[in-house]
Design a protein around this ligand. Sequence first.
Ligand SMILES: NC(=O)c1ccc[n+]([C@@H]2O[C@H](COP(=O)([O-])OP(=O)(O)OC[C@H]3O[C@@H](n4cnc5c(N)ncnc54)[C@H](OP(=O)(O)O)[C@@H]3O)[C@@H](O)[C@H]2O)c1
Length: 297
Amino acid sequence: MGATGNLGSRVIRELLKQGAIATDIIASTRHPEKASELAQRGVEVRRADYEDPQSLKEAFLGTDVLLLIPSSAPVEPRIQQHFNALEAAKQSKVGRVLLTSILAATSTSKFLITPFTLYSESKLCSSGLEWTILRNCLYLDPVAQWVPKLIQMGYLPYPVKKGRVAYISRDDLARALAAACLGSDRSGQIYQLTGNKSLSMPELAQTISQVTGKHCEFKSVSEDEFADICRADNLPELMIEVLTSMYRAVDNEEFDIVTDHVERLTGTPPESVESYLRRTWRDIYSRSQESGVRSQE
Ligand SMILES: NC(=O)c1ccc[n+]([C@@H]2O[C@H](COP(=O)([O-])OP(=O)(O)OC[C@H]3O[C@@H](n4cnc5c(N)ncnc54)[C@H](OP(=O)(O)O)[C@@H]3O)[C@@H](O)[C@H]2O)c1
């Protein structure tokens, strides 16, 4: 599920790269027309909507390994979506379910999405299905997307005082998720997929400066100031609330975890923040000059 999204499309590319046969892969989406390129490569495309239990049941028929990438719906509907997905997985006799979760999956988390994460993880573990859970750290990609704006402002404004984050790119997450799908001995495992180093926000700003050659220093802003910056970028209020809580979780040290689980799954360590930014920022910057400076999401 989520095959057409930023993460899911990378997972399918990785599955093919890691030796899966296209005709063994099923890409599920609400909009099959969005996956026409995959269909041309031989991947089977099925229509499935987390909100439509019958579509899930039909889409999961004959599936050995099911990767659930959640939608970005608000918490309560997302909980219902995963209830639907797990019921359908049971009815369709799916062999093993992999769930992409997030590191802040603890009952004391400050992240607003956590009630969904706790529900979906525990519901999966008690479902009787074979399971693997992959808890992601924060994506590095949105930081890179924000670089043009940061260069323009001259500072990195997050409502963080002391928190550190082991950022990881969607490319590395996709490699790990594909490997977890293809590996046969991953059942009952919880993986924490993180970058190879945890950075403080001043260190992140310094890395952006070094890579771009432009001045960028970290400025710890209040939640209200951060919300105003997000509003100026036209982010919806709900997203702003979620992001603000995410930075509360950062200060609560929920993303300050470094593991070797990406390397354990794939044989290769994740790319450093510096290397990823060097690889991506010029393209992002050029595109932003053509279409106006991009926002952080
Ligand atoms: N770790 C982090 O820092 C971080 C940051 C942002 C997001 N996330 C989470 O990571 C997950 C995926 O990220 P992403 O970047 O791939 O997001 P994305 O690009 O927005 O993709 C979301 C996917 O969800 C699917 N979807 C949405 N509503 C659906 C529904 N009702 N039924 C079935 N599919 C539905 C969409 O498919 P169709 O439209 O084709 O159906 C799309 O493939 C999300 O859960 C998101 O909340 C994590």
